[in-house]
Design a protein around this ligand. Structure first.
Ligand SMILES: NC(=O)c1ccc[n+]([C@@H]2O[C@H](COP(=O)([O-])OP(=O)(O)OC[C@H]3O[C@@H](n4cnc5c(N)ncnc54)[C@H](OP(=O)(O)O)[C@@H]3O)[C@@H](O)[C@H]2O)c1
Length: 314
């Protein structure tokens, strides 16, 4: 039986990944810094991975075959894994933010090119992940694989980006979206699908060493998302396209920024990982069930009156 240690296993994507691993019969041990009550997972260990000695001790204690890492943000954490992980596969959960601007072209895995030189001490989220991937690309000893999710939504989405659209459809619109890109494929994924992609990447029967994989919906635009929400909520989809640069901050958190990529190409993920995205309808049904109970609010919703005024004046 494969034993997987899931760093960040109690987080948003981590819970979905643990569920899928357990469904597949993988002995699953979740990890995070916070002490969590016993019973949330089959097993759980608390440690801070940014303390190399704590990471070492946890890896010695658990001896995982697979380390699924959802809590790696800084390149310094990568060589620490190389030094202390001696299992069969390290799965690094990266992000689509590693891709360069592709001017509306869907991203292929090879569009990420490892960086040259050395990282500066303080890196933002995207650069941190780019450097993590660069350190991995330079490491031919660690048996690594990479999953690159785009913006992920689902129940308990702490980014609250999906709530921004749910709230605006619920209040009857309007939804201000970028005229240049709202009908293009967008970089979106359901948390359950990303958990599934992570679990597929932990399957030691497949040779996935030194490969990266996209995982997302395919062909879903922000327009499709809004229309899907409207259908599920039995509300009108009052879409208000306008220039990207004029959209108030927080009104359309998924953008999509017309200069970025237009979603992902899934050919490699399908062929080599066996990944297939679910339907948007299923993802929205589950997300809506959570929204109706939790009533989350996106911070940008505080400026709703300004958005209404923009739409009314058009
Ligand atoms: N959510 C998205 O839309 C999205 C999109 C693309 C990529 N990703 C990537 O997917 C991964 C998971 O994202 P998420 O949204 O699930 O994040 P999350 O909900 O914040 O989960 C991350 C988990 O990692 C644990 N953690 C953080 N720092 C740690 C440390 N130093 N040592 C041990 N555990 C630590 C946290 O638990 P404790 O607080 O208990 O330590 C937390 O449960 C991240 O790497 C993120 O970059 C996410």
């Amino acid at each position: 039986m494969t034993r997987a240690l899931v760093l960040g296993g109690a987080g948003f994507i981590g819970v979905a990944a643990c569920k899928e691993l357990m469904r597949r019969g993988v002995e699953t041990i979740a990890a995070g810094r916070t002490d969590r009550p016993y019973g949330t997972f089959t097993s759980y260990v608390a440690f801070d991975r940014s303390d190399e000695q704590q990471l070492k001790r946890a890896l010695e204690q658990v001896e995982p075959d697979v380390l699924l890492d959802l809590a790696c943000y800084q390149p310094i954490d990568v060589p620490a894994v190389t030094r202390h992980f001696h299992g069969a596969r390290y799965v690094f959960v990266s992000t689509g933010a590693v891709y360069p601007n592709l001017d509306g072209r869907p991203a292929r895995e090879e569009d990420f090119v490892p960086l040259t030189g050395e990282p500066t001490p303080s890196l933002d989220y995207s650069d941190g992940k780019r450097w993590c991937e660069t350190f991995l690309a330079r490491d031919r000893e660690l048996p690594w694989s990479v999953i690159r999710p785009p913006a992920v939504f689902g129940p308990s989405d702490h980014t609250l980006r999906i709530a921004a659209y749910l709230q605006r459809v619920e209040d009857g619109g309007p939804l201000l979206v970028p005229v240049e890109s709202y009908e293009r494929q967008a970089g979106l994924a359901w948390v359950k699908d990303i958990g599934y992609a992570c679990a597929l990447a932990c399957d030691l029967r497949k040779d996935l060493t030194h490969k990266a994989f996209n995982a997302s919906f395919e062909g879903v635009s922000v327009r499709d998302l809004i229309e899907g929400i409207a259908l599920a909520m039995e509300k009108p989809a009052r879409i208000h396209p306008m220039p990207f640069m004029q959209i108030p901050e927080g009104a359309s958190p998924y953008g999509p920024d017309p200069g970025r990529s237009a979603g992902y190409v899934l050919d490699r993920a399908r062929k080599e990982l066996g990944f297939e995205p679910s339907s948007l309808e299923d993802a929205l049904a589950e997300t809506l069930a959570w929204y109706r109970v939790a009533r989350p609010s996106h911070p940008g919703y505080a400026n709703r009156a300004e958005e209404q005024a923009i739409a009314d004046s058009a």
